[in-house]
Design a protein around this ligand. Sequence first.
Ligand code: GUN
Length: 296
Amino acid sequence: MTATIIDGKAFAAMVRAQVAEHVARLKAEHGLTPGLAVVLVGEDPASEVYVRSKGKQTVEAGMASFEHKLPADTSEQELLSLVEKLNADPEVHGILVQLPLPSHLNSDLIINAIDPAKDVDGFHISNVGLLGTGQKSMVPCTPLGCLMLLRDHLGSLSGLNAVVVGRSNIVGKPMAQLLLGDSCTVTIAHSRTKDLPEVCRRADILVAAVGRPEMVKGDWVKPGATVIDVGINRIALGDKTKLVGDVDFASAVTVAGAITPVPGGVGPMTIACLLANTLTACCRANGLPEPTGLTA
Ligand code: GUN
């Protein structure tokens, strides 16, 4: 058997088109333009690539993009002042502070200074609490993207055994909450879990988000399971590099029922969901109906 390949690139393009359509309607009917502010501190090359891509896709969706690039030695007070200014700016509906921040800045302090209604990353402690108690919140983009792919592929997730490998605040924990919200039986596993392959083999839905290249092997996968690979790892291949996920694709594809590839799986969904969250934040801020199918 060979698994269905879940095309995240195509699905993300569809989400972006849906967002763009809704944005055009907001403009025509209400004179509103959703705006996303992205704050980058320092010169991390990978972060610069992400931020450029976010800005480009924001504009392509018809939204306003505000980029704030600050030097690596920016003080906490300077960054907090910018966040406060963006909180108060009516043209800004979403605020994203690119992580990781330089080590002299306290990320929790900065993230929790963002107005929760504008926290399109869903990292603010209020949004974490709202998600954990099943209330309306801003949902972290990568897990939201995974949920959209799973719902699209499986329909109802109710009653399925889901195993999330990875316990990060950005992916693992919110992913588990979302799967619980869709009535899965959820296990959060991680690199220290005893008998990890055995735990994974119980999963109807296996989400790998540990950041270890090709760790999840084909014989960890239950035949027919749906495998979502969140990993993006750059490994050396001769004198070149290659992107691989947290799943050993070659062996898993022969066992799984469906699997996301790397690249072209979960990756493109993250920015698509960021745009969806910015649109949702704009609708909520203006008391307008939210787009359907773009939130948890
Ligand atoms: N750095 C890598 N991924 C992310 C993300 O989703 N949000 C933020 N703010 N920073 C990141």
